[in-house]
Design a protein around this ligand. Structure first.
Ligand code: ADP
Ligand code: MG
Length: 590
């Protein structure tokens, strides 16, 4: 073992540089951020050989005062942060004073700059962190930074660099992202002497989006805009941007682009919020396109959690998630509801939950109070779906069957049980249906049907079915299936009763419609709905039950008011008395 020693300064610098500057694209990112922080209105990026040979960023920002030049390239030297407290309200893209020092430590860099207030410019040449030239030059106000031979002194890093094309694509992504985040700044990207991107700096986000996504795709995108309160009344989150219509999608999430306070970020949770809002609008494995600018007060986001500042931490992550999802859903719903008959809002509220639906036509900005209510939407209390309420404090229901002993299961469909008066053959499906129906009735008469939110899913119906749904939408809501119109014949399901597996919700609704439309019932809509929910939640025939599942089922059946029939009037059990058995076997009477 070697003795402990302090690392030499240039080694420390290289290690630190390696974190900030992973690849050519990260140099481009850092230098663009510096130009933006310097209030540039024009930023040109020149690249040769994917940035490995040359990266040059020219800006017309305020420039660096000549006496500050040595400091600009020193580690932890910044004009943007003074106290540790400032870290909690960062309004600039840079703040650590690490980028320039890192870049110059791993390349041959030339910085030419003139501060707005000075008449003569400065040029500095740095190779692997050592200043080789420092002179005065004539230069326009602004800064030009040329980075050559990146990683030339870090052979290992060099070896692991991605291909030139990958790097080019990545640099293109970064430039276009910042062009979108700063539509009033003109960006130009030149690769190997060929101009490959230019934004107008018109200040119109749409102009840049057309440039980046192309006109054809832009035409299939919807503008979104919304806001919400972050803490009580004082702070606000603003969201705006563009999202794809459901007929435009991609095989990956690469076109989901997020900015927080003008900073491009990666955030898997927020990306999930977006893809989830499209749930069932897109085929499996396809993803939407989105470009969303999130603005929150600087103190609501911690940008100091990641070496390249690519990830941030929200102080109110939940609200951010919900606000984002709501803005998108709202836009998607408006899209589909333009020719739709309006429904009475009241009638679409689920009984059990007490949260409001977004209204069909809110105008462009989302009402704050609706967002709050949406935020509280997750408060339903899921219960164990298989547990029959034995009644906390409620007297146990009287027995309707004698206590039965489970003997076993036959044909994965019937339970064989023995009682004092003989043999019981129980149909697991109809018996379970009876038990679950009773549970639903108890819930209905108690706190209401227990439901929970699901990833919203869209179901398409025929015209006739859609009109039928409108007539029973209330009953469905009371039964815990919150379904809302999503176009003329499509509906979105947002909640299901706790006992109903999500996978059967479509079947259950279809079956309900079927019975309802054939008018072969005079049941109350809610009763019929509960019956069908029970049917779809009940153990199917062919399911092998565990001993305790059988025991639980039979125990519950023993206390159902009508244990011998299912709610749709089929037998749940066959009882063969001891006498009958004896008869069958022609036993001599005892
Ligand atoms: P940070 O951006 O975190 O402050 P950097 O190492 O990126 O750290 O830059 C160090 C300092 O150099 C900045 O704080 C800024 O004052 C100055 N600087 C860097 N690039 C530019 C530029 N393009 N225009 C004006 N000033 C710049
Ligand atoms: Mg910087």
């Amino acid at each position: 073992m070697n003795p402990i020693q302090r690392l030499e300064e240039h080694v420390i610098a290289q290690i630190a540089a390696g974190e900030v500057v992973e690849r050519p694209a990260s140099v481009v990112k850092e230098l663009i951020e510096n130009a933006l922080d310097a209030q540039a209105t024009y930023i040109q990026v020149d690249i040769e050989r994917g940035g490995q040979q040359l990266i040059r960023i020219s800006d017309d920002g305020h420039g660096i005062p000549s006496h500050e030049m040595p400091l600009a390239i020193a580690r932890h030297a910044t004009s943007k942060l003074r106290t540790a407290d400032d870290l909690y309200r960062i309004a600039t893209l840079g703040f650590r004073g690490e980028a320039l020092s890192s870049v110059v430590a791993v390349s041959k860099t030339t910085i030419t700059t003139r501060h707005r207030t000075e008449s003569i410019g400065t040029q500095l040449r740095i190779e692997a962190g050592n200043v080789t030239h420092h002179r005065e030059v004539g230069a326009p106000a602004g800064t030009v930074i040329t980075v050559e031979n990146l990683f030339y002194n870090m052979p290992v890093r060099l070896k692991f660099l991605k291909t030139e094309n990958t790097e080019k694509r990545q640099i293109m992504n970064i430039v276009t992202q910042y062009a979108m985040a700063y539509p009033d700044v003109r960006f130009v990207l030149v690769q190997d002497n060929r101009e490959v991107f230019r934004s107008s700096g018109s200040g119109q986000l749409a102009d840049v989006v057309v440039k980046v996504f192309g006109l054809a795709q832009f035409k299939q995108m919807i503008e979104v805009r919304g806001q919400d309160n972050l803490d009580g009344l004082t702070s606000t989150i603003h969201i705006e941007g563009y999202i794809s219509e459901p007929n435009l999608d991609r095989k990956d999430r690469n076109r989901i682009i997020l900015f927080v306070n003008g900073r491009a970020i990666q955030d898997s949770t927020l990306t999930y919020a977006i893809t989830q809002a499209y749930h069932n609008l897109l085929p499996k494995g396809r993803y939407p396109l989105a470009l969303l600018m999130i603005q929150v007060p600087p103190e609501f986001v911690d940008v100091n959690v990641h070496p390249t500042k690519a990830e941030v931490r929200f102080r109110d992550a939940n609200t951010t998630f919900i606000a984002l999802q709501r803005v998108i859903r709202h836009a998607l719903m408006n899209l589909d509801q333009q020719n739709m008959p309006r429904f009475n809002q009241e009638s679409r509220r689920p009984q059990a939950g007490g949260w409001a639906l977004p209204s069909v036509n809110d105008g462009d900005d989302l009402p704050l109070e609706a967002l709050d209510e949406w935020g509280n939407a997750t408060s339903a209390t899921p219960t164990d779906p298989t547990a029959i309420p034995t009644g906390l404090g409620r007297p146990e229901r009287p027995r309707t069957l004698p206590p039965l002993r489970i003997v076993g299961q036959v044909g994965a469909s019937y339970i064989v049980a023995e009682g004092p008066a003989g043999l019981y053959l129980i149909d697991q499906h109809t018996a379970h249906m009876r038990v679950l129906y009773q549970q639903l009735l108890d819930e209905r008469d108690g706190q209401g049907i227990q439901w929970h939110e699901i990833e919203s899913r869209t179901i398409n119906f025929s015209q006739k079915e859609a009109r039928t749904i409108e007539t029973i939408i209330d009953a469905l809501a009371q039964a815990g299936i919150q379904i809302e119109p999503f176009g003329t014949t499509a509906f979105v399901v947002r909640t299901v009763p706790v006992i109903l597996s999500e996978q059967f919700v479509e079947d259950a609704i279809a079956s309900l419609l079927d019975e309802w439309m054939r008018q072969n019932t005079n049941a109350e809509p809610l009763d019929l709905t509960l019956l069908i929910i029970a049917r779809y939640s009940a153990y199917r025939s062919g399911r092998i039950l565990k001993q305790d599942e059988m025991a639980q089922l039979v125990q519950n059946l023993e206390r159902c008011p009508s244990p011998q029939t299912s709610p749709d009037d089929r037998p749940t059990l066959i009882h063969i008395s001891a006498d009958q058995l004896a008869d069958e076997f022609k036993r001599p009477p005892t």
